[in-house]
Ligand binder design. Structure first.
Ligand code: NAD
Length: 295
């Protein structure tokens, strides 16, 4: 079975790597945080003490790191992994980062005969645990085909968006739209409540009407309306406001480069920024409802 190195065993990386182990892959995992590494070992993975050790003998390298600077440092720095990896190795970066860094690492890899794809995910920690993530891939067609069976061990929907960097662009478009949908949904529900409507009944109406959207369908932001949604758990778990703000920053980088107009994204970003400044950065992003609810 293919030998895989998995770098970054955080909230997302750990369950993803565990699903690869469950699928029968030989996985060497590494994280800078010893407790994360220990969790991987407890779950049946092989923990090693450095990224260089993890990639030793690996045919495929997967990374799941916080941001672009971590990915550039891991692969492209003087003693980065690209210098160590053999020709023909496949690198899959699933972190959500800027497309420019993804392209820079992809170009450096290509010069060395190493296959590279950017493969950011959607679906959150619950999707990572259940193995139902969506992977949004940027890369050559043959690299995509090579990665697909491995990604299928961690996800349900595997999309090919285009060339290297396209996965990150598609992911950023999606998350900017999500920020608009969530703020709009919270806004409409609060206005209904202030006009005497039951938010559950209003949600039932809108989910069957033209206002229907993902936030209403599976992630209702009003406490008590949708059991299982973070709103029913004091906005714990789920997708943090800080991560949404990071993704919106990436979206504005993309918009600037293409000179795209994104006024709706800017409005939503201003709300999430204020919400984070009020101390909600580590809460689920549907807690933006409280911005309306509490003024
Ligand atoms: P996290 O902070 O929980 O995990 C990142 C891990 O990377 C940490 O454990 C950290 O120690 C490790 N790390 C950093 N640099 C390292 C290095 N050089 N070598 C080894 N390990 C290193 O973050 P997360 O929630 O797992 O998110 C990872 C990525 O996935 C981010 O880019 C995030 O935007 C994206 N993402 C997150 C979610 C979510 O719901 N959490 C959903 C979709 C996408």
């Amino acid at each position: 079975m293919t030998k895989i190195a998995f770098i970054g065993l955080g909230n997302m990386g750990l369950p993803m790597a565990v699903n690869l182990v469950k699928a029968g892959y030989r996985v060497n995992g590494f994280d800078l945080i010893p407790a994360s590494l220990q969790s991987f070992v407890t779950a049946g993975g092989e923990g090693v003490s450095s990224a260089n050790e993890a990639v030793d003998g690996a045919e495929v390298v997967i990374s799941m790191l916080p941001a672009g600077k971590h990915v550039a440092e891991l692969y492209n720095s003087n003693d980065g992994l690209l210098a160590q990896l053999p020709k023909g190795c496949l690198v899959i970066d699933s972190s959500t980062i800027d497309a420019t860094t993804a392209r820079q690492v992809g170009e450096a890899a290509a010069k060395l005969g190493i296959d590279f794809i950017d493969a950011p995910v959607s679906g959150g920690v619950s999707g990572a645990t259940a193995g139902t993530l969506s992977f949004i891939v940027g890369g050559e067609v043959d690299c995509f085909a090579r990665a697909k069976p491995i990604l299928e061990a961690m996800g349900k929907n595997i999309f090919h968006a285009g060339s290297v960097g396209s996965g990150q662009i598609a992911k950023t478009c999606n998350n900017m739209l999500l920020s608009v949908l969530m703020t709009g949904t919270a806004e409409a529900l609060q206005m209904g409540i202030e006009n005497g409507l039951d938010p559950k009944i209003l949600s039932d109406i809108m989910v069957k009407s033209s206002g229907r959207n993902w936030a209403l369908e599976v992630y209702n932001p009003v406490p008590g309306v949708m059991p299982g949604a973070p709103a029913c758990n004091d906005y714990q778990g789920g997708f943090m406001v800080d991560l949404m703000n990071k993704d919106l920053g990436l979206a504005f980088g993309v918009a600037q480069e293409s000179d795209s107009k994104v006024p709706m994204g800017e409005q939503a970003a201003a709300l999430f920024k204020r919400h984070a400044e009020a101390g909600n950065g580590r809460r689920d992003f549907s807690s933006i409802f409280q911005y309306y609810n509490k003024g």
